[in-house]
Design a protein around this ligand. Sequence first.
Ligand code: ADP
Ligand code: MG
Length: 330
Amino acid sequence: MTNSRSSPRRIGEFALIAKYFAPLAKGAKGAFDLKDDVAVLELPKGAKVVAKVDTVVEGVHFFRSDPPDLIAKKALRVNLSDLAAKGAMPLGYLLSLSLPSWVGNAWIAAFARGLAKDQKRYGIHLLGGDTTATPGALIISITALGLGTAKKTPRRVGAAPGDLVFVTGTIGDAGAGLAVLKGKGASLTKLERNTLIRRYRMPEPRLALGRLIAPLVSASLDVSDGLIADLGHIAEVSHVAIDIDASCIPLHKASRKLWGSDAAAKAAAAGDDYEIAFTARPRARAAITAAARRAKVKVTQIGTVQKGKGVRLLENGRPVRLKRAGYTHF
Ligand code: ADP
Ligand code: MG
C-alpha cells in the first residue's frame, strides 16, 4: 500500500491519458485515440442506446489497498450488470477518474490492465472520459453504453399479479464474501472463503442470459442492494406485492455453512449480488428454462407476484421479520 503522505510518481494529465488510456480506446473508431473532445458512435437505424453510470468511491465501495485491476473490473462490471438486466449488448464505456495524490503510475497501470482484460472479455472499448485531481478520496465513475436488443426494453414497471419471480445464479455469495473479509468464516475451508470473496470482488454480469430473457420478462433489474430491497423497487413501481419463499432462494453451500439456519434471510438482505431478478408470466416458464440452459446460467423460481404492496419473505408460509433497518419501509 502506498503511504498517503508521500506522493508517488505520476506523469502529467495528457501523458497519462496517452500512455494508459489511449491503448484501451484502440479498436473503437469513434474514440479518435482519445485525441478529440468527444467520441462519436454510429448506430444502426432505429437503435436503442441503453445508458448507465455507476460511481465507486474509496472507503465506501473499495479499500485503498484493494488490487487496482480488481477495482477496475468491478467498476466496469457493475455497469454491465445493469445492461444485462435490460437485455442490452455493451457498446463501450466512458471513464471519469478523480485521482488523489497517493495514486501513482503503478496504480494506474494496474488499473488499466484490469480494464484491458475485461474489455477483451466483453468485446468493448474505452470511448472517452475525464481525469481530474482531487484532495479527497479516489473516485471512479464509469458510464456504460449498450444497444437495447429487445423490442420492449425490460423495466422495473410491468410485474402483474400471477407472474412468477425468478433470480439468476446464487444469492448472498458476495455478502458472505464481505463477511469473510471482515473476519467471519472460521468454519469454512480456505477454498470456500476464497470462492465467496471472489464473488464479492468480481461480479459476473449475466449478459448472454439477459439478452435471451429480455423478450420474456414482465419486469427485470439487477440485484445490487439486496434481493428483498431490489424486488421492492419492482413491487413499488409495478404496484404489486411480491412473495418470496425463503426455502427457494438459491444459496451457495459455503454461505449456507457460514450463516446456518439464518442463511436465506441473510442472503436476501445482503448486497452486491449482481444477479438478475425478474418477473414473467407463467406461460413464459418453458422458454425461460430453455434460455437458462442455453446461456448456462442457473435460473430459479423464488416466488410469485400478488395483489397488494411490498415484499414478503416467507418461511413455511409465515413472513420472516428482517432485522436490517434498510428494509423496514416494506
Ligand atoms: P476536456 O478539456 O474537454 O476536459 P480532456 O482534456 O479532459 O478534455 O480529455 C481529452 C481526451 O481524453 C478526451 O477524448 C477525453 O475523452 C479523454 N480522456 C480524458 N480522461 C480520460 C479517462 N480517464 N479515460 C478515458 N479517456 C479520457
Ligand atoms: Mg477534462
